[in-house]
Design a protein around this ligand. Sequence first.
Ligand code: ADP
Length: 155
Amino acid sequence: MNKIAVFPGSFDPITRGHESVILRALPLFDTIVVAVGENSEKRGYFPLENRLEWLRTIFAREPKIRVESYSGLTIDYCREVGAGFILRGLRTAADFDFERGIGLMNRAMMPDLETIFLVSTPEYSALNSSIVREIHRNGGDISRFIPESLQNLMT
Ligand code: ADP
């Protein structure tokens, strides 16, 4: 069976935390579709084109990873790409509460779609995109928080 997982998120921007979850999940699936959700009401801090380009740069040498954008319901997108799994990361109890609600709703709408959670490694459990955006907005150095392969592209 071809095991396809969708890793949905804003990736605004991608951090080492996201990268770590994706790399750890690689042995579990045949394909991981890193899917950047487009929100018509919220533009995002970094333009969508840049977020896609950065993701494609990071995973250029990994044939099991595809990078795409989508709009609408995540379950509809999973159906469209033939994914049986949603991949998400868990950092804190707050993540758990939030993800539990979404996971249960997705399951109610599409029972054969399983959400797989990977618990964040300790070094990345305090890392989130909104803090990285805040540092960037105020001219701080974000290089420690974004993937190594982006250092020249983003900073
Ligand atoms: P969203 O806007 O859907 O929350 P994000 O881009 O913020 O999207 O995150 C996508 C996924 O990555 C979520 O499951 C989130 O919990 C996970 N994630 C984000 N940062 C980390 C991290 N530092 N460690 C582990 N998982 C993370």
